[in-house]
Design a protein around this ligand. Structure first.
Ligand code: PGA
Length: 249
């Protein structure tokens, strides 16, 4: 009932030429993607137009950030409509790196999610706890608080939103939540979504992120509430990302 979504977050990697080469390799490798799953790649802003111009049947394009205004005096920022114009259909919002390094708050995440929806794209809203929060038994409180603060103003549009649960301690570290721990958090997130937006909760895709690799993706995707993956490091290598997108369920 929920189509799994595999997303590649390229972060601040790849020149334009490298981004185009990776896109071309993915287009070949994913030409026979199994039915009933979707793939999106999220290059840097500077590579978006070149990547969008490549033939890439079935591979959608997303951005890694956005500013929640239509236009105006916001030096250095990019509006939702500009991303849409270039061919984006998804935008990653509230990634832990943005929360930690750039001070992105739940309130800003909420504004960005609304602006992305208003522009006709799908927000991928990231949530996740730090290692200290997990060790002190606060993981679920923190994550559900982020979900509530980020999405309660959008309670009638939940089914248009993708959530990515990314434990901060698992990002880029090679550490992954066990599939059981990940499933438990995904189920808790879905419970929170149910209290925010009722039965829409059953249609919201909740991705797992944090050191997803070819050798752990199948087990993660076998969990009932895990509906895809947000992939960083392993999305930069065609062979790994292709294998992840072709996870075996
Ligand atoms: P990682 O990054 O796969 O390199 O851990 C995931 C992310 O930050 O989205």
């Amino acid at each position: 009932m929920r189509t799994p979504l595999i997303a590649g977050n390229w972060k601040m990697h790849k020149t334009i030429a490298e981004a185009v080469a990776l896109t071309d390799a993915l287009a070949v490798g994913l030409a026979d993607l199994p039915a009933n799953r979707q793939v999106v790649i999220c290059p840097t802003f500077t590579a978006l137009a070149s990547v969008a111009a490549r033939p890439r049947a079935g591979i959608a394009i997303g951005a890694q950030n956005v500013y929640p205004e239509v236009q105006g005096a916001y030096t250095g920022e990019i509006a939702p409509g500009m991303l849409k114009e270039i061919g984006c259909t998804y935008v990653i919002i509230g990634h832990s790196e943005r929360r930690q390094l750039f001070g992105e708050t739940d309130a800003m995440v909420a504004r960005k999610a609304a602006a992305v929806l208003d522009a006709g794209m799908t927000p991928i809203v990231c949530v996740g706890e730090t290692r200290a929060e997990r060790e002190s038994g606060q993981a679920e409180n923190i994550v559900l608080g982020q979900v509530k603060a980020g999405l309660s103003a959008l309670s009638n549009r939940l089914s248009e939103i993708v959530i990515a649960y990314e434990p901060v301690w698992a990002i880029g570290t090679g550490l992954t939540a066990t599939s059981a721990d990940a499933q438990a958090m995904h189920a808790a997130i879905r419970g929170e979504l149910r209290s925010v937006g009722g039965n829409q909760a059953d249609t919201v895709r909740i991705q797992y992120g944090g050191s997803v690799k070819p050798d752990n993706v199948d087990e993660l995707m076998a969990q009932p509430d895990i509906d895809g993956a947000l992939v960083g490091g392993a999305a930069l290598v065609a062979e790994s990302f292709i294998r992840i997108a072709k996870f075996v369920k």
